[in-house]
Design a protein around this ligand. Structure first.
Ligand code: KG4
Ligand code: ZN
Length: 399
């Protein structure tokens, strides 16, 4: 009796295990230069992940055709590795989430087509994911952040300030008019030849700038863009011109030839100055965004700001943003730095958010109708309203 009771309990346990194993989400990301995949279960727990990153920032940025070849080479291995780490097979997966917008067309096609192939082969539904929405939602995997919240996405491909009202309802307050902070820092690192320094060969330009800035003695001053423009937009092209002038002047003082491969001794002062000016720019636009949402009663004091994207892993920028938020009575939260950059986990998580609210699920027979959309706004753009509100801000300190 005892034995049979135990046996039936064991069987039940095994059945439960099998049932749980059969409720998994596979996420796939290929919108830019990272090939990522991850498996999470239906309680949002990460079971396995894999990421393959191109070192494109060293070589003048992402080259779409190269990126496409890279994804083609990597996609199958990356997905298999994520499944292997999770110790599951495609049979255990309930649904596949994939980035289908926005991003580089070729790379998006590779990931989306592969997801469609898997959906058809294994008869699984598909959840197409907006890459920026996924960045904004990732923090909810680790922290209890409720809607609505403000979000600031700062990476190599984007700079966006907006409000997340729901998993599929976003409002845009401001965006980068000419590039992004990550792209600017990558370019600065290349111009400063930071990748020729020891231990900096294979790190991102942004991280190289952050590392060197810590050694600064006398940071060089850079102008803060759009300082007097009463909106929440961002601009980064001015830094490039200013940096060019500063570098020519420093190289001339040192009598270095124009194409010298050596790093100027003032490189750390340049990095610290740039990092400071970028932080200040982000904080000014953010403060106006916060004051605008309060003025329009869209949000209130005590609300949460989520900061994500590759540049959000910068500790100096994190500190500055946190202090500004604190002074304004808001709370800044950041996902784990590993989740800030592009990866498959954020797509699997976004898929989970849609799956549990039963939205955006495409049945297996319809997956081939899902388009790839290289340019796709995250939501309703109210940046004109911000300009019209004409708010003059009294800047709070970020130090
Ligand atoms: O989100 P992400 O992985 O890819 C997209 O661009 O979508 O962000 C990559 C960007 C690169 O420009 C890189 O230089 C920057 O994030 N980044 C950083 C840091 N780590 C990565 N920027 C500043 N400080 C860092 N520690
Ligand atoms: Zn991204």
């Amino acid at each position: 009796m005892f034995r049979s009771c135990c046996y039936s309990r064991l069987l039940r346990h095994k059945e439960t295990l099998i049932r749980t194993r059969r409720n998994l989400i596979l996420g796939i990301e290929t919108s830019c230069d990272d090939t990522g995949a991850a498996v999470i279960d239906l309680s949002g727990r990460l079971l396995g992940e894999s990421l393959s990153t191109q070192l494109s920032t060293r070589f003048g940025g992402v080259i779409p055709t190269f990126a496409m070849v890279f994804h083609t080479d990597k996609i199958q291995g990356v997905v298999e590795e994520a499944l292997k780490q999770a110790d599951v097979t495609m049979e255990d997966v309930s649904v596949i989430a994939v980035t289908n917008r926005p991003g580089l067309k070729g790379p998006l096609i590779i990931g989306t087509d592969y997801a469609k192939y898997l959906c058809t082969k294994y008869n699984k539904p598909l959840i197409p994911i907006h890459h920026m929405a996924a960045h904004a939602l990732t923090v909810r995997m680790e922290q209890d952040v409720k809607f609505p919240f403000l979000f600031l996405l700062i990476s190599g491909g984007h700079c966006i300030l907006g409000i997340a009202k729901d998993i599929d309802n976003f409002t845009l307050l401001g965006e980068g008019l000419d590039g992004s902070p990550g792209e600017m820092l990558d370019k600065a690192a290349r111009n400063l030849k930071l990748h020729s320094l020891p231990n900096m060969r294979d790190i991102s330009g942004g991280l190289a700038v952050e590392t060197l800035a810590k050694k600064a003695v006398n940071p060089i001053k850079f102008t803060v863009p759009l300082h007097n423009e009463r909106n929440c937009n961002f601009s980064f092209s001015g830094y490039k011109g200013h940096l060019h002038l500063v570098l020519r002047r420093l190289e001339k003082n040192r009598e270095l030839p124009f194409d010298s491969q050596s790093v100027i001794p003032e490189a750390s002062d340049v990095c610290a100055g740039l990092q400071y000016a970028v932080s200040k720019h982000l904080c000014e636009r953010l403060q106006r965004g916060i004051e605008f949402t309060e003025y329009k009663e869209l949000m209130s004091v005590g609300s949460t700001l989520v900061v994500s994207g590759g540049v959000a892993s910068n500790q100096f920028i994190r500190g500055s943003i946190s202090r500004v938020c604190e002074s304004l009575g808001w709370k800044a939260v950041f996902p784990n730095p590993k989740l800030c950059t592009d990866n498959g986990i954020m797509i699997a998580w976004a898929g989970y958010e849609f799956w549990r609210s039963e939205r955006g699920i495409i049945q297996p027979q319809d997956v081939f109708q899902v388009p790839v959309i290289p340019k796709c706004p995250i939501g309703n753009n109210i940046s004109q309203e911000v300009t019209q509100a004409n708010l003059k801000c009294k800047w709070v300190s970020m130090e």
